[in-house]
Write a protein that binds this ligand. Structure first.
Ligand code: ADP
Ligand code: F6P
Length: 471
């Protein structure tokens, strides 16, 4: 029987990667911001993390890794297709991102979503001690809070949505909309990235279920459900340290040399996802080359497009379109040994990404809609030299905080081109001033602060919630 915990995290993915050492299956921690932020709370409480270990079929037995109980949940091949690729990533993902691609609705996906959510809730009910705190993460698990409350009314339940929460008009498209909303209302606290998203949620509760609310507090069956904004962040100190490492600095120089020491390196780093605005960014670059406002080899673009959700049709179509555009630009503007766009459909270590950030004069983050966008924050944290310019979409959650970036509307191609040109031409003194303000913000608003503020609001005592301090 699995060990019981007073603090439980429930997320679609486990914070571990499988590695094969001498033909043997082993697990190592995967270095994500979320697990870094929650590690101190998890270790203090003999905490458990419930999630999918990747792959299909039987799940490994629960095990302990670096002080955290890891509790794998199995997904069959069919569930993977219906719950993860279907309902989560072909229905909810596009709908919550302003329907920038058309959401697909299928009854069998919904049923699988319900079943898998029930399995996660069941696992949490089994491992949580009497009166424990359970923190459920993200859009894949929106039914878990209500399912869990039904089984274990003694628990304190938090939910955090990492992606946007849509306005009422869009949410109302969803065939099982009331069930999703009731699922979320099973929590004591529902956290969002943005204030507007929290407002969408409380208004929806009144619109769809006739529930009363006061401020950000909704009355549900004699209980109070709070909604609030908790913008997620990065481990700023860790990112700063990594970027300052002489090896990373040397690698950044090497990258620039490998690119032919151009005057301007323009960088994009995104999952290959249609919400990220990769195509429009490439198009802006092509038009500036065609207008003669930028020239190869003085300016080159590096686009890292991390493989993602590759069996989902929207993602397959996007890959074809992005790769066609890259081919077109290189065909028209590249020279022998000097492509205009260096396109990389690969994953990298955090160090290599940090070196790319340090090497880039302009970072382009142009999503059509994004809950937060941590890449934008990572870029800022890595620029200890206070050089570099961030071009940032107004439709990324990060735009609320990173006001000194070169903000643009990604739906307006001329606006994107203009922001890119302004970033390229900006004086070093101006870039420094902008970076300084943004870096100061990220030092106080890091991922540990995010976790602390959410858990405080949920009622987990401050001393327990506060992660170990570096100072
Ligand atoms: P999303 O959660 O939608 O993927 P974010 O920008 O918020 O977008 O977070 C992406 C995270 O993935 C960042 O921490 C970034 O450093 C990391 N990442 C992006 N591309 C790669 C890559 N090619 N290799 C390794 N890590 C990556
Ligand atoms: O930020 C949203 C999110 O779905 C996270 O939950 C997840 O870690 C990331 O994007 C990558 O997506 P996936 O887990 O589908 O590969």
């Amino acid at each position: 029987m699995a060990e019981r915990s007073s603090f439980v995290v429930v997320a679609n993915r486990l914070p571990v990667d499988e590695v094969i050492v001498d033909g043997e299956r082993q697990w190592r921690p995967s270095p994500g911001g979320l697990v870094t932020a929650l590690h101190p709370v998890l270790t203090q409480h003999r905490g458990t993390w419930i999630g999918w270990a990747g792959g299909d079929g039987e799940a490994p037995e629960p095990f302990e890794l670096e002080g955290i109980n890891i509790h794998p949940v199995p997904l069959s091949a069919e569930e993977l297709e219906r719950y993860y690729e279907g309902q989560s990533n072909a229905t909810i993902w596009p709908l919550y991102h302003d329907a920038v691609e058309t959401p697909v609705y299928k009854r069998r996906w919904r049923e699988a979503y319900r079943m898998v959510n029930q399995r996660f809730a069941q696992a949490a009910a089994e491992v949580a001690e009497e009166g424990a705190t359970v923190w459920v993460q993200d859009y894949q698990l929106q039914l878990v809070p209500a399912m869990l409350r039904e089984m274990r009314p003694d628990l304190r339940i938090g939910f955090f949505l990492h992606i946007p929460f849509p306005p009422i008009e869009l949410f109302m498209q969803m065939p099982f909309r009331a069930e999703i909303l009731r699922g979320l209302l099973g929590a004591d606290l529902v956290g969002f990235q943005q204030r507007l998203a929290a407002q969408n949620f409380v208004r929806l509760a009144r619109h769809l279920l006739g529930l009363r609310y006061e401020g950000q507090s909704i009355q549900v069956d004699g209980r109070k459900v709070k909604a609030g904004a908790f913008p997620i962040s990065i481990d700023t100190a860790d990112m700063e340290r990594m970027a300052a490492d002489p090896k990373v600095q040397a690698r950044a120089k090497e990258i620039r040399a490998e690119l032919g020491d151009p005057e301007t390196v323009i960088l994009g780093v995104d999952r290959l996802d249609y919400t990220k605005g990769i195509e429009l960014r490439l198009k802006a670059f092509r038009e500036l080359l065609a207008d003669g406002k930028l020239k190869v080899p003085d300016a080159v673009m590096v686009q890292v497009a991390t493989p993602s959700r590759e069996r989902v049709e929207h993602y397959q179509t996007l890959r074809v379109k992005v790769e066609r555009e890259v081919g077109r630009i290189n065909g028209e503007f590249g020279k022998v040994g000097m492509p205009a766009v260096h396109y990389l459909h690969q994953s990298y270590s955090k160090q290599e990404l940090a070196a790319m950030y340090v090497a880039a004069d302009v970072m382009m983050v142009t999503p059509l809609r994004d809950g937060m966008n941590l890449v934008a924050k990572e870029y800022v944290a890595c620029r200890s030299d206070r050089g570099g310019a961030l071009v940032l979409s107004e439709f990324a959650g990060a735009a609320t905080e990173l006001r000194q970036s070169f903000l643009c509307n990604p739906h307006d191609p001329d606006g994107v081109k203009d922001a890119l040109l302004r970033a390229v031409a900006a004086e070093p003194a101006e870039l420094k001033r902008r970076m300084r303000v943004m870096q100061r913000h990220l030092r106080t608003h890091d991922v540990a602060e995010w976790a602390r503020s959410f858990l405080n609001e949920l009622g987990v005592p401050e001393t327990d919630a506060a992660p170990d301090s570096e100072e």
